[in-house]
Design a protein around this ligand. Structure first.
Ligand code: NAD
Length: 309
């Protein structure tokens, strides 16, 4: 029987966390969306006389992400009213609520240490029966949970959604070495029956399946563009609709993913490269590094390979 998911907690309200929360809301699940507590007031908050202790400020990041759902394209919600099923919060004030969830999804930055610290926090309030999953693009599920208890690890696995979650049918499920097979089976049923995904079980290898291949393709294309003196739009014209990929031309995809995230994801393989040849492919190209340093992160900052209009 499919495990009933009534309440979910999504931690990390960026591109993927907000999109996953929207997909859960579309499926009728109430969702607490958490992010970190801001360290600085915005000019608007200062004008209103707010302080860093005010709830509106402390919950600002997740609240802003929910606010954007109505304006994001492609639309992440079937019905804008479903946004009411998502409640914003911050991880410090709402940690105990994790213990009331059926499913907790970690969707924070692609960084092993950050994810390990967060799992330790989640474990403080976790109870048996609560499924905990990570949306990592390719960090080892075993390594991430190595510091957690055996009991927690039986309930922990990777659930890798693709961007944008509402439109991308694929869900990679990555069991860890300790994950209970019954939890894997439950997650597969939830993915297929509740969220309408096509589920692929992947091994816990760097970048799993899709990103191992996808990152490779994007990096090789970027290097070919530079070597051949082609422009971004020329490459996108060829690698988009002309090749039967209506929405996924190379550099539009990179802008959608986020260049900072892409650099982290390529590094997952680079750091564990099995050969010099693999190392040379997955090394971050200088162009990408420069763009990230300039804050040209793609759609989320308004400037990437393309400028958002
Ligand atoms: P993002 O940069 O858009 O958002 C990350 C969010 O996490 C930010 O809002 C940040 O404030 C928050 N955060 C950071 N540390 C936190 C903590 N300790 N507690 C709570 N919140 C915290 O990143 P994203 O693109 O949404 O990626 C998130 C995860 O999903 C990464 O592991 C990434 O590899 C994976 N992923 C990304 C894509 C994509 O296309 N961008 C696709 C699939 C998987």
């Amino acid at each position: 029987m499919t495990k009933t998911i009534r309440k979910a907690v999504v931690i990390g309200s960026g591109i993927m966390g907000s999109g996953i929360a929207a997909q859960l809301a579309n499926a009728g699940i109430s969702c607490l969306l958490l992010d970190v507590v801001p360290q600085q007031l915005t000019a608007d908050e200062e004008r209103k006389g707010l302080t860093l202790e005010d709830t509106a400020v402390r919950n600002r990041l997740a609240a802003a992400a929910i606010g954007k759902l109505g304006k994001t394209k492609p639309a992440p919600l079937y019905d804008p009213a479903f946004a009411a099923r998502i409640t914003p919060g911050n991880i410090e004030d709402h940690l105990s609520l994790i213990g009331e969830a059926d499913w907790v999804i970690e969707v924070v930055v692609e960084n092993l240490a950050v994810k390990q610290q967060l799992l330790a926090k989640i474990e403080q309030v976790w109870k048996p029966g609560i499924i905990v999953s990570s949306n990592t693009s390719g960090i080892s599920i075993n390594e991430m949970s190595a510091g957690c208890s055996e009991a927690f690890r039986t309930h922990f696995l990777g659930t890798h959604f693709f961007n944008p979650p509402r439109y991308m049918k694929l869900l990679e499920i990555i069991p860890g070495e300790k994950t209970d097979p019954a939890i894997v089976a439950q997650m597969k049923e939830i993915g297929e029956k509740v969220l309408g995904k096509g589920v692929v079980l992947a091994k816990d290898t760097p970048n799993f399946i899709a990103n191992r291949i996808g990152t490779y393709g994007l990096l090789v294309t970027l290097r070919e563009m530079t070597a051949s003196g082609l422009t971004v739009s020329e490459v996108d014209a060829i690698t988009g609709p002309a090749m039967g990929r209506p929405k996924s031309a190379t550099f539009r995809t990179l802008d959608l993913v986020g260049l900072d995230t892409f650099v982290h994801v390529a590094a997952n393989v680079y750091e564990q490269a099995a050969s010099e040849q693999e190392r040379s492919v997955f090394e971050t190209p200088a162009l990408l590094q420069t763009m990230v340093e300039k804050g040209w992160l793609g759609e989320k900052t308004g400037q990437g390979f393309y400028q958002k209009r």
